[in-house]
Design a protein around this ligand. Structure first.
Ligand SMILES: Cc1cc2nc3c(=O)[nH]c(=O)nc-3n(C[C@H](O)[C@H](O)[C@H](O)COP(=O)(O)OP(=O)(O)OC[C@H]3O[C@@H](n4cnc5c(N)ncnc54)[C@H](O)[C@@H]3O)c2cc1C
Length: 161
């Protein structure tokens, strides 16, 4: 993971597209498409709001309406982008990146090793979570799992009364 400079710097766009389109969820391989996750979220005044994730923030610019439209048209022919809300967390001097996102093949072996306790030290955090890694939900579930593991360990050590 370290040699491959994991994690990647991902980007997120909210796109307003013309018309109320059918609900869709699309996942596309990183490196082959500019948008790697696309999901319709809700309708707004006759249009549709679509949430998009790109695994490489530098590959797409939120200000480039026609570039984003072309990327979206790889999945939905003729779709028309009306507006885009975007902030480059990778380019933001204070965040210097967004949520954790691994290169393909890195997360499964890497996170499993990083999750292992080291003696009495237990690790928790979204980046190594077994579920929803890179999200708030991942942080919560990893924290709950670590707390559980520590409680079990402490209970086993409690002297018999
Ligand atoms: C720009 C951005 C946008 C995101 N958008 C979303 C989103 O829309 N939805 C979503 O679900 N998730 C999103 N995420 C991801 C989510 O915020 C994180 O996955 C989650 O907050 C990680 O929680 P955590 O508790 O694992 O780690 P953190 O929240 O990073 O907590 C780690 C804490 O440890 C502290 N710390 C670090 N080193 C030390 C040290 N040596 N000693 C003491 N303290 C230390 C840090 O200051 C920090 O407070 C986003 C993240 C970013 C950066």
């Amino acid at each position: 993971m370290i040699a491959r400079k994991d994690p990647k710097l991902a980007g997120k766009l909210w796109i307003r597209v013309r018309g109320e389109i059918e609900p869709i969820t699309i996942c596309a391989p990183a490196g082959k498409y500019l948008l790697n996750a696309v999901r319709t979220e809700r309708y707004l005044d006759g249009d549709t709001l679509v949430l998009c994730m790109c695994s490489d923030d530098s590959a797409i610019r939120g200000e480039d309406r026609f570039g984003v439209q072309a990327a979206l048209r790889k999945f939905i022919l003729g779709i028309e982008v009306v507006d885009i809300a975007y902030h480059s967390w990778a380019g933001d001097e204070f965040s210097k990146g967004g949520w954790m996102m691994s290169h393909p093949g890195c997360f499964i072996p890497g996170a499993v090793v990083l999750r292992q306790p080291h003696g009495n030290i237990h690790f928790a955090g979204s980046d190594i979570s077994a579920s929803e890694a890179g999200s708030i939900e991942g942080a919560l579930s990893s924290g709950a799992q670590a707390a559980c593991d520590v409680s079990i360990k402490l209970a086993k050590r409690r002297p018999e009364l």
